[in-house]
Design a protein. Sequence first.
Length: 237
Amino acid sequence: MSRAPVIGLSTYLEPAAMGIWDRPAVVLPRVYTDAVLSAGGVPVGLPPQPPTAEAVAAVLDAVDGLVITGGKDIDAALYGETAHPENDAPRPDRDAWEIALVRAAIERDLPLLGICRGLQVLVVALGGTLVQHLPDLIGSSRYSNGDATFADNPVITVPGSRVAGMLGASATVKSYHHQAADRVPPELEVTARGDDGVVQAVEVPGMRFGVAVQWHPEESPEDARLLTGLVEAARAR
């Protein structure tokens, strides 16, 4: 019997109060690890750290698959733009670490799933750009209700894509983002959009599993298809 695949998940470094202690901590919402466990994987956290070649290689040597999780906006300077007033304060620790992980995972053909910010990291890592504030483009905040409440939105997949193979022609997903892919680099294929044309999924052609989605599949525990696809690819590897 083969062992369960180890899935690395990028984490946050944030202030956290735990009893009498209030100090920076490595954190990640439990829904991510629960989703990996439900899909048959073993989750391990990958905290932000200096992205040396040695550190990146050591981490990716130890895992069978990689999830780049959601979180704060990527620094707009990384794709040559001035930050929109609605953007989060930059988190250079996460940006540098996750971009390095993504690039190395692609080189290794390591099964990769990007979630929300994770899609944006993939786009920027390969030289693309982002729409910094979607309401300026589409005239609504349909993708971000605010107050930690996820919005339901439709996505339409591209026939023949890996995402279509997992989800079918369309799906209703949980959204919480105010940014999205703008110029998608040629190394990626757009494989799902919203009914308004906003990019909702991209894939890395040629990878055994290289998928990133703009929504939050971990927030739909009744539908584990994307996480299961990642874990199965990691197991096969």
